[in-house]
Design a protein. Sequence first.
Length: 89
Amino acid sequence: MIGAIVMTGVFAVLCSGLATIGNLAIARDFPDGKLEADVDIYFDPLFDPAVALRYERYRLTTNLFYHQARALWAVFILLVGYKFLIGFL
């Protein structure tokens, strides 16, 4: 049980770190901050398609790690709670 808790915690920290690195990469490469998720950047005549594709890749990868980290943190909390509950009974 301790091994599952430790491994889940390690993977949660790793995914959180990768999501943070992805957010920093987006902030570095797109400093204007004008790009939003609901804007269709592929049909904007002033926007380069290669840049739009790179932005989409950064955003999708970052979101993948973000949601994965959230799920792992939830599992980690459940495992720690279960361990404490069983330990006190």
